[in-house]
Design a protein around this ligand. Structure first.
Ligand code: PMP
Length: 375
């Protein structure tokens, strides 16, 4: 029978208790949300929703075509200008997702004969970018500038190092300034994925590259998603204008993909406007994360010290993590649950997101529920 082998895989998943299921989220969920990536609580902010509605009314429900044909509106170019300006880069290019932006950045900047040095903790979308690229990938130890330096020394010709700025599983930050220095010493480029840094790190949420003093450098390229702090959907690559022009002409996930929906562009623009007007939101997300961590640690739980808005709590086993998250949910708290194969190190975790709009009472309640339900 065709696809017979998938039934065998399904059975193995069932036996291991690792089946993933889709659960529609009610529009007015009664759960306290520490599972989404809506770090600044902007996804349902009145101005962000109004930005989406206004843009859909003006431009329609979809972009109608690829960016190079009919899919570029003045909203897209305004968003690109605003993202580049806010984050401190020369230029930006908007994609339909952060995933597509990462595939574009890595594939377009790692031609045949090049070396890609990739941090072992990188997000799946950067890993897939490495797999698709024509260059050769060398995976190096997590957050280790010496390992990057050593790998770059082995290669003559074009090279690029690739890293998340804030790692999505444990919430720890990469040594960006040291990575940039290691690359500069070898004439290599640096591509960093700031999905979890934008809106949280850097002055007023300008992102991790800005915070590390490497934004706008001619050898640094950053990718971002519009789907986390900005409460919208989509992604972008930020960098020198010549790199952006190169992407427009060569990046397959730009050229062959329908442009970002106008509503998403309008929502992201509105969110950036809010960030400029209310810069304190960014610092609040970090403060909530540190408070969550302190309280969890005081309750005897093993949590990783957060560098941004992600707080990771160790679970004893994959099954224990799944059960822990389910019991939190039954007690009114939504938390993320990371377990193999999403985590290659085999360590299962609860993943909490420290939203800037969480109240003291909500933080206290979250920690109490997590403590009471621990396996
Ligand atoms: N990079 C990282 C580090 C992420 O966590 C994610 C989203 N999970 C992405 C990229 C992909 O972004 P998007 O959801 O916009 O495709």
């Amino acid at each position: 029978m065709a696809f017979g082998w998938i039934d065998e895989q399904a059975e193995l998943r069932r036996r291991a208790g690792l089946v993933r299921t889709l659960r529609p989220r009610p529009a007015d969920s009664p759960l306290l949300d520490l599972a989404s990536n809506d770090y600044l609580g902007l996804a349902r902010h009145e101005e962000v929703v109004a930005g989406a509605v206004r843009s859909a009314r003006r431009w329609g429900g979809g972009a109608t075509g690829s960016r190079l044909v009919t899919g570029t509106t003045e909203l897209h170019t305004a968003l690109e200008r605003e993202l580049a300006g806010f984050c401190g880069f020369e230029a930006a290019l908007v994609f339909s997702s952060g995933y597509a932006a990462n595939l574009a950045a890595v594939t377009a900047l790692a031609p045949h004969g090049s070396l890609i040095v990739s941090d072992a903790g990188n997000h799946a979308s950067l890993i897939d970018g490495c797999r698709l690229a024509r260059g050769t990938t060398q995976v190096v130890a997590h957050s280790d500038p010496d390992a990057v330096r050593k790998a770059l020394r082995t290669h003559d010709g074009p090279a690029v190092a690739v890293s998340d700025t804030v790692f999505s599983v444990d919430g720890d930050a990469a040594p960006l300034a040291e990575y940039a220095e290691a690359c500069r010493g070898r004439g290599a480029g640096l591509v960093v994925d700031d999905a979890h840094g934008l809106g949280v790190l850097g002055d007023g949420g300008r992102g991790a590259p800005y915070a590390a003093g490497i934004a706008g450098a001619d050898d640094v390229v950053a990718t971002v998603t519009l789907s986390k702090s900005l409460g919208s959907q989509g992604g972008a690559v930020l960098g020198p204008a010549r790199v952006i022009e190169h992407l427009v002409n060569t990046a397959r996930t730009f050229i062959f993909d329908t442009g970002l929906a106008p509503a998403s562009a309008g929502a992201a623009l509105a969110a950036l406007g809010l960030l400029r007007r209310e810069p304190e939101r960014a610092a609040r997300a970090g403060a909530v994360a540190r408070e969550l961590h302190a309280r969890l640690t005081a309750a005897g739980l093993e949590a990783v010290r957060p560098d941004a808005a992600v707080v990771s709590v160790r679970a004893p086993s994959p099954e224990g993590a799944v059960q822990w998250a389910a019991e939190c949910r039954a007690a009114g708290l939504a938390v993320g649950c990371f377990r193999p194969p999403s985590v290659p190190d085999g360590i299962s975790r609860l993943r909490l997101t420290a939203r800037a709009d969480l109240t003291e009472a909500e933080i206290e309640r979250a920690v109490r529920v997590i403590g009471e339900t621990r396996p």
